[in-house]
Structure formats: structure tokens, C-alpha cells
Design a protein around this ligand. Structure first.
Ligand code: SF4
Length: 377
């Protein structure tokens, strides 16, 4: 069995994982006082040839240069809608840049400013592990009736696996619709790689029970009797950022801030989501705060860069972070101003660095699964 782990400091390469590799060339010093000006100049020199995407969880120093901000799917769609842009600089993590490469045209190059910007959740489901799981389902005579559904937050390999096996990709906004479609195609769903999004959607939105869900552990033998009796086979993966929030954090914030509204992302654990007032994707979180009345209080359970930005955007509302401790996405934070400057200046000098390319067969099948999602009613 092959296991991969996120290699945060970015030494060595492994094409089969989301690991980072060294950043080739000269990276500007983080203390360089001219970084903002250098990024501005390099971006201006590239003009329409470059389109910079910024995920909601990015640092402000990077977001200020984004032509558009959004969640991973919105950003990939935005990249596809800019065929005139020769370079898509993706300030996000590796799987997002892969999706952008799959959805953009052959003449467009997708650049990830730091290849060490992976995703610990995506790394929790490797292709070999998922293949092993599928073989076990085949041996147990179950695979014909199992439909694989993968969250957008997965590698292109896993999306392609779903494409090949009649499955679909979903986002945190359309997980319910994707699951409804999947249950029209088969009797069971293998949900990858986020157990929490799968469980929260199945139980809270589709009326299933916790007993209808079984966890698939890629590191241990699994009880095939239990697997056969479940509707949802949940991959044992999670987001290391949203997994930090606890039910106690919700109790604590309610005690500290009377009348507070608790709004969390569905990647949070089931007991946290059960205690929250509102649950939804990052785009839902932003829209909910936009629509909230002035003077209302909110405790938000998602990545801290976004929560801090929301607090600045809506000064007429009280916006707090759900947890008492700091909770950034450490890999997303790998994309900093020195890496962005390095990527933009290299492109302006005619050198494409850190290009993310998905191999043709993988891209084809991943797009099949993505297109099935786009065709969902
Ligand atoms: S916030 Fe979680 S799911 Fe998103 S990139 Fe970071 S580790 Fe991955």
C-alpha cells in the first residue's frame, strides 16, 4: 500500500501526490520593501496575457493582486472564461490549479506560484488507495452498484477515477444534487475524500441516518459486511483546517457572545454542524453575511484569512472567528508575495515557471466527471 503525506516544506517531488518541490530560481526576500511595486509592475507588463485568480483563503498581500476571487470551482470557471489569457496564475492549491488546467484551453498555461501549496485533504485519497478500495468492492460483488462521487478538493487522478467509473464531482454547494443523481445511478455511493461533507450532506440534507454511513479507512482492513449494508461509504479524509472546530467551540462562543449566529462550512465535523445555526460553502458564508442585518453578531467556522476579510468588509456587523486559536490553511498560505512576484516576473521575462499540467487521459476522464456535475439539474 502506498501512502503519501503532505510535505509542507517542499523538498523533493512525487508526481503521484500533492507534495511540493523546490522553487527553482531566485525567490525575492520576504523583507524586500519593493515587493508590492515589483508585483504591480510585472503584472502591468504582462497586461491581458495574465489572469490572476485568488482563492478566498489566500493572504491579503496576495489577494490584492487577484483579478477575481472565489472558491475553487468558481475560479476554475473564471479561468475557462478568459481564453485570451495566456497565463493563469492560480493563487490557491495544487488540485485547484489542476482543475483550471483541465477546464482551460490548450494554449493557456496554469501556474501555481509555490508547488508546495498542496491540500492535506486531497492527499488523504491517493489513486493507489482508491484503486485498492475499488478492488475490494469488486471482490465483494458490490462495485457494480457503487457510484463514486468526489469533492472538488481532490487530485485530478481521483476525479478521473470517478469519470471512468460512472461517477461525478461535487462542490460544497451542490453535494446534495450530486448525491441524488448518484443514487439514481446505483445503490451505494463511495464519497471521496471528505467524510464530513459526505456525512453532513447525507444525514442533514437527505434524511439518511448515521448508521447508513460507513467509514472506509485506507490504512486498515475494513469490515465488508458493514460496507455492504451502508448507503454511503465515506472515505476517511478530512480538512485539517475545518476539522479543528469542535462542538465546545460553539458552546464557548455562544456563552461569550449572547445572540451570536454560528455559521460554519460543511467540511466541519458533524457534531459542530449540528450545533451551528447555518451551514454552507464559502460563497454561501459570504452571501449570508452580506444579507445579515446591521448590528447582528456572527461566529464563523472557516479559514481565518477569509473570516478576517469578512470582518473588514462588514464593519456594521460583529464578525468573530469560531475558534479561540489561529486556524489558517498552512498550505494555502505557502502562496505569499515573494512567490507571486517570482512567478509574475519570470513570466514577464518569458520563462514559464511552476506550470501545472494534467496528463491527457487523466484530464479527459476528470473532465467527464466535471461535465456530469455541470449537467446536474
Ligand atoms: S482549507 Fe482544507 S480543504 Fe481547503 S486547501 Fe486547506 S487543507 Fe485543503
Amino acid at each position: 500500500m502506498t501512502t503519501t503525506q503532505l510535505f509542507i516544506l517542499g523538498r523533493s517531488a512525487d508526481a503521484g501526490s500533492e507534495r511540493g518541490v523546490d522553487c527553482p530560481g531566485e525567490l525575492p526576500a520576504a523583507s524586500d520593501p519593493d515587493l508590492v511595486e515589483r508585483a504591480r509592475k510585472a503584472k502591468a507588463a504582462l497586461g491581458e496575457r495574465v489572469f490572476v485568480l485568488g482563492h478566498h483563503y489566500q493572504r491579503d498581500e496576495v489577494i490584492q493582486f487577484a483579478d477575481v476571487t472565489g472558491d475553487s470551482f468558481k475560479l476554475a470557471q473564471q479561468a475557462a472564461a478568459r481564453p485570451e489569457a495566456e497565463f493563469i496564475v492560480f493563487c490557491g492549491v495544487h488540485f485547484m490549479a489542476e482543475s483550471a488546467d483541465i477546464l482551460t484551453g490548450p494554449g493557456q498555461r496554469v501556474v501555481l506560484p509555490d508547488l508546495a501549496a498542496g491540500c492535506s485533504m486531497a492527499d488523504m485519497a491517493t489513486f493507489d488507495q482508491v484503486e485498492e478500495c475499488w478492488e475490494a468492492l469488486e471482490e465483494a460483488g458490490l462495485a457494480d452498484d457503487v457510484v463514486p462521487v468526489t469533492y472538488m478538493n481532490s487530485s485530478a487522478d481521483i476525479k478521473a477515477f470517478c469519470g471512468r467509473h460512472g461517477g461525478v464531482v461535487c462542490t460544497s454547494s451542490n453535494a446534495k444534487r450530486a448525491l441524488e443523481w448518484a443514487f439514481e445511478q446505483g445503490k451505494q455511493v463511495l464519497f471521496l475524500p471528505d467524510q464530513h461533507l459526505g456525512r453532513n450532506t447525507a444525514v442533514l440534507e437527505m434524511g439518511m441516518s448515521l448508521e447508513d454511513c460507513v467509514l472506509w479507512n485506507p490504512h486498515r482492513p475494513n469490515d465488508m459486511g458493514k460496507v455492504a449494508g451502508a448507503k454511503m461509504i465515506l472515505w476517511k479524509g478530512h480538512c485539517s483546517v475545518h476539522g479543528r472546530f469542535t462542538a465546545e467551540s460553539v458552546d464557548d462562543v455562544r456563552a461569550r457572545i449572547p445572540g451570536v449566529n454560528v455559521l460554519v462550512h460543511p467540511e466541519c465535523r458533524h457534531d459542530v454542524v449540528l450545533k451551528a445555526d447555518y451551514v454552507g460553502s464559502t460563497e454561501y458564508i459570504i452571501k449570508t453575511l452580506q444579507a445579515a442585518p446591521a448590528g447582528s453578531s456572527w461566529a464563523i467556522g472557516t479559514e481565518l484569512n477569509l473570516v478576517k476579510r469578512l470582518a473588514q468588509m462588514f464593519p456594521d456587523k460583529s464578525v468573530s472567528f469560531l475558534d479561540k486559536t489561529v486556524c489558517y490553511c498552512s498550505t494555502m498560505n505557502r502562496i505569499d508575495l515573494p512567490h507571486l512576484v517570482w512567478a509574475l516576473e519570470s513570466l514577464a521575462l518569458g520563462e514559464t515557471v511552476n506550470q501545472i499540467t494534467v496528463e491527457a487521459d487523466t484530464a479527459h476522464w476528470a473532465k467527464v466527471a466535471l461535465d456530469r456535475m455541470l449537467a446536474l439539474p
